[in-house]
Write a new protein. Sequence first.
Length: 315
Amino acid sequence: MIWKFFQEYKIWYSMYALMSALYFLSFYLYHLPLGYFVVSLLFNLTLLLIVTIWLFIQFRKKLLLIQNFFFVQDLDDLSLPSELAYQQLIEQLLAAESEKGLVEKSRMESLQTMVKMWSHQMKVPLSALSLMAQTDQLDRQEVRQQLLRLENYLDTLLTYLKFSGNKDDFRFEVCSVRELVVDLVKKYRVSCLAKELSVEVSGDWQLKSDKKWLSFAISQILDNAIKYSKRGGHIQVQLDEDGIQIADTGMGILPEDLPRLFEEGFTGYNGHEHKKATGLGLYMTKQVLDKLDLAIRVHSQVEEGTQVFIYKEKS
């Protein structure tokens, strides 16, 4: 601590030594009696020692206070302008840290809620598979459908975790959106066959984007179209240079639910009524499309169907 003290006040002691040397030089050049200089130096050194002791006590008290304080109020004894500025800086840092902690706590609580919700959703297909296994009534098509639901739930949850952790791995390249859609239709063919749905894909859209993330966004729209379509319905995917339109002849969306479709955790009437929604699919779709510089628009009428448009906004 003594070394720290002299480090803080070294400029003053250096100035005192320099002034003493200048006084000695003056006495020497003018041939003045050096005895007077020695007496004066001893007197000044005595005064300097007293001041040093007082300054060291104050320095030690301040240093211990700064090192061991728990609350900002403990620093109220600091009174120098520089010390007050330091105290104000600590208050700002603590406030920022507290706000950051609240945001992180809120994020963790939201994440825990979503994981619990997801766990509940995943129990449905798991229970169906378990029941089929216990009764030895394993229908191949039904098993594939339940496994596809599990895969979709898991993919969406992993995507949510990646976005909530601010991690992304976008790689932009020119791709055929038609090829992505065709691959997704093949992926969902079991679900389409189970509900006797017909799917029509027309046109193409050459777009510079990330294949993986764009495929994820489209898969969420297509999954919803299949999920909420009536048996024997029809899904049409139309692509052109302006974008992609996915239209179904399902149950539609209530007008009051449309403005909130992309809110985190919002399921709407259909989700509550049919217990098929987690409220993350469309939310994540919007987040991904925003990262890809794409826009999404939804038109829907109850009992007539829904049209979802994904397009690149013109600058």
